[in-house]
Design a protein. Structure first.
Length: 408
């Protein structure tokens, strides 16, 4: 497991999208009195149907559909005692018996799908998704325990929120802002669970690199107006093939107001590899007549772009197809993406077209259309249509997603 998981960590750290790195919350100034606990949560109903995914079926057929209902309960306290804060989250998933009438699968699993298990043993259940302590002094904050990790901070092991629930990690995170316009982030990531489309057990939190874990150092600087420079270094001792793994990743984001530019790139180095893995990405964004426009390009050589906690990567060119196929589209591949978003009909529309040239899957063409809206302050709805046409597929794949999320 030690060798296999490092490959995943390495691949997932090869990309880092631009963006601000916020200090780990909360930064506590050791108030005189303990604060109160705050409670919150959200309920999710998630439905997806995909023709050709399970066989020769049509959209909305029971055999071509998957669904989950989930609930998450959270409790946080910024100052339990002596400036030490704490946070907890418990997740629960259920099929609501839909597998006997409406769907044939689930989006996420809560057990291991081995022979002899009843379907309820792998689809209905719960787990502790967060359990951490926080402490702050001066310009330094510490967060230790099971927690979410953002892509902008940890591009090789981050929490993905495209599925019912995000994956989380067992880690220690330290953030310091003593240097003007500079944020320094250090992390030791020991283990975590994995978010994927109905393939992995979210109740399993496995070690990433035996007892050694993986170390990360990220620096972000904003000394130059409108320019954000971010660099990350990862180190895993005796990781892949018994050799040390090192990852270098950089990101430069420039925001001129009327347009934005981004460049990212890096390498994964390990003596057991024939060649070092390299990746590069670039993007440009602008707004025209109320439309948010984007064009992006990425290229990956001598390996795959993956991330330890899920199926996507930190490349600018990620799309819904990346969520479904576990990084398969980013193995020795180049990708072009163009997209547009606009507020309309009481919500937001986002459309994207992507073309991938992969040594593994050949040419892949994808179209994504997503509409999201808030019916109330607490209730949000998302509907998505995706079409994927690949040389490796007999017929194109159509996907429809319907998601309802209620926050309380």
């Amino acid at each position: 497991m030690k060798k296999t998981l490092l490959l995943s960590v390495v691949a997932s750290t090869m990309i880092m999208a631009g963006g601000d790195i916020a200090p780990v919350e909360p930064v506590v100034e050791a108030p005189a009195a303990a604060s109160a606990w705050e409670f919150s949560g959200n309920a999710v109903v998630y439905y997806q149907t995909a023709d050709q995914w399970y066989g020769d079926y049509s959209l909305f057929d029971q055999e071509a559909s998957a669904a989950d209902a989930g609930i998450q309960l959270r409790a946080t306290n910024n100052d339990v005692v002596a400036g030490i804060g704490a946070g907890f989250a418990v997740n629960g998933l259920s099929t609501l018996n839909l597998e006997n009438s409406v769907v044939n699968g689930v989006m996420q699993l809560t057990g291991n799908p081995v022979a002899g298990n009843d379907i309820d043993d792998v689809t209905d259940g719960g787990w502790i998704s967060e359990a951490y302590l926080t402490y702050g002094f001066g310009n330094t904050s510490i967060k230790a325990g099971r927690q979410t990790l953002p892509k902008s901070l940890s591009p090789f092991a981050y929490s993905e929120n495209w599925n019912v629930f995000a994956n989380t990690f067992d880690s220690v995170l330290v953030v310091n802002t003593d240097i003007e316009n500079t944020t320094i982030v250090g992390a030791w990531v020991y283990g975590g669970n994995v978010n994927s489309f109905g393939m992995t057990n979210l109740t399993d939190f496995n070690a990433l690199n035996d007892d050694d874990g993986v170390y990360m150092l990220t620096l972000q600087n904003k000394s130059i107006a409108d320019l954000t420079l971010t660099g990350s270094y990862y180190y895993g001792s005796e990781h892949i093939g018994g050799e040390d793994t090192q990852i270098l990743w950089g990101d430069a984001a420039y925001d001129a107001g009327s347009f934005g530019l981004g460049i990212q790139g890096g390498t994964l180095m390990n003596d057991s590899f024939v060649d070092d893995m390299t990746a590069f990405g670039a993007k440009i964004t602008t707004e025209v007549s109320g439309f948010n426009l984007m064009a992006a390009y990425s290229d990956v050589q001598d390996g795959a772009m993956l991330q330890l906690g899920g199926t996507t990567s930190a490349l600018y060119t990620n799309t819904v197809a990346n969520e479904l196929v576990n990084g398969l589209l980013e193995i020795d591949a180049s990708k072009i993406l163009v997209g547009a978003g606009v507020d309309a009909l009481g919500g937001n529309f986002n459309a994207a077209y992507a073309m991938t040239d992969s040594d593994v899957t050949g040419d892949v063409n994808e179209f994504d259309l997503v509409y999201s809206t808030n019916l109330t302050d607490a209730l949000g709805l998302t509907a998505a249509y995706v079409n994927i046409d690949a040389d490796a597929m007999t017929d194109s794949l159509n996907v429809v997603r319907l998601i309802a999320n209620y926050n309380f």
